[in-house]
Design a protein around this ligand. Structure first.
Ligand SMILES: Nc1ncnc2c1ncn2[C@@H]1O[C@H](COP(=O)(O)OP(=O)(O)OP(=O)(O)O)[C@@H](O)[C@H]1O
Length: 365
């Protein structure tokens, strides 16, 4: 689905499948969720990111039925569950810390979620075995939580949640305390089960790389509102504000002037250069903001082609997969990524650079 098709689907598509949140509002002593609209299809993961206090956890807890809402609707597979008790909503949650019962084994912890009196013992045992197999923890079945690592504890927590077959899975920084090496494996298991079981998942994280890698879509939250939503790639390439650009890691944002426009391209004066870059529809001649992803800057020892400008390296850092350079230019400090295959540039060195790609938006108030 293209970005345009998705926007259309989100706004006008049927509300019979997946999770749909409409104009949700929550207040404590002040408004905390201020008119949130969301849609998460079955088998889809929506990453939710935003600064501390922007309302991410409150949004998840409200969907789960743990906070009262002051307005709006929550639909799961077309059913309005806004006023239902948490246990009837068909949501499942996994939080930062597993919160397992310390005196129960892994198997008993998982079975505890299946407290339906109508369920036979053999059916319950089968579901627990399936849950453990799904999360690759069958070998831990008879252990108690105090001997589990953080990653194992989260797998148990995840298994306990999914054996109840939720339609909506709410994940609040579930691997924040798990060592880096294990995060990837847990992500893979989460993705597999979300797809296989057709759950609609919201994944809250502060780690933007994780959000982009895991989310089919990403929603950026600020001050109780979703300020931009789209595929991670789309949002990264088309941030609608300096706030979103910075959060997505597009560290270069410059005040510039649009001097002309042809179709989707704005011709922009940036320092001594004139660049032709894609722009938002609302851009007109005059002041604009230009965002330049650090990997869209070409560096060279000589002005190879037209469009190269001269700058000076003022900072250099090794970031494993690439080098990061701060380059002093006549329009400000430009951050550029370059290959680690080449000999590293030295601080003070003069360098030719060219802005290959970027994104232009109107100036912000
Ligand atoms: N139970 C509550 N009573 C009163 N205020 C609350 C309650 N829960 C959250 N808040 C307030 O609501 C706002 C949003 O908090 P929330 O925990 O949802 O943010 P968050 O984006 O999840 O933050 P973080 O990333 O730090 O977890 C904050 O100002 C917080 O103090």
């Amino acid at each position: 689905m293209t970005e345009l098709e998705w926007q259309n689907h989100r706004e006008h598509g049927n509300t019979e499948t997946g999770l749909v949140v409409q104009n949700l509002r929550v207040s404590f002593d002040k408004p905390v969720i201020r008119g949130v609209n969301l849609r998460v299809d079955e088998g889809e993961i929506l990453s939710l990111v935003g600064p501390s206090g922007s309302g991410k956890t409150t949004l998840l807890r409200t969907i789960a039925g743990l906070h009262a809402h002051a307005g709006g609707r929550i639909l799961i597979n077309g059913r309005d569950i806004s006023d239902e008790q948490p246990q009837h909503r068909k949501t499942g949650s996994v939080f930062q810390t597993p919160a397992l019962f310390p005196d129960l084994t892994v198997r008993e912890n998982i079975a505890f979620g299946l407290d339906d009196a109508m369920m036979s013992d053999s059916r319950r045992d089968d579901l627990v075995e399936i849950g453990m197999t799904m999360m690759n923890i069958a070998q831990l079945a008879d252990l108690r939580p105090d001997v589990l690592s953080g990653g194992q504890g989260q797998r148990v927590s995840f298994a306990r949640t999914i054996v109840r077959r939720p339609r909506v899975l709410l994940l609040d920084e579930p691997v924040a305390h798990v060592e880096v090496a294990l995060k990837h494996a847990i992500h893979k298991d989460i993705t597999t089960q979300v797809r296989r079981m057709g759950m609609s998942a919201i994944y809250v994280t502060h780690d933007i790389s994780e959000a982009c890698a895991l989310g089919d879509r990403i929603a950026i939250m600020n001050n109780g509102q979703i300020v931009q939503e789209g595929t991670p790639r789309w949002v990264y390439q088309h941030p609608n504000s300096a706030f979103v650009a910075e959060l997505m890691g597009v560290v270069n944002g410059f005040a510039a002037r649009a001097i002309n426009r042809t179709g989707d391209l704005a011709h922009v004066r940036l320092g001594k250069a004139t660049l032709s870059l894609p722009c938002q529809d609302s851009v007109v001649n005059g002041p604009v903001t230009v965002f330049v992803p650090p990997e869209s800057v070409d560096l060279s020892d000589a002005p190879q082609r037209e469009g190269f400008m001269l700058g000076q390296v003022i900072e250099a850092g090794f970031a494993r997969t690439h080098m990061v350079y701060d380059i002093e230019t006549d329009f400000g400090t430009l951050v550029a990524h370059d290959s680690t295959q080449k000999a590293p540039r030295q601080i003070g060195e003069r360098v030719w650079f060219r802005v290959r790609d970027g994104w232009v938006i109107p100036p912000e108030d």
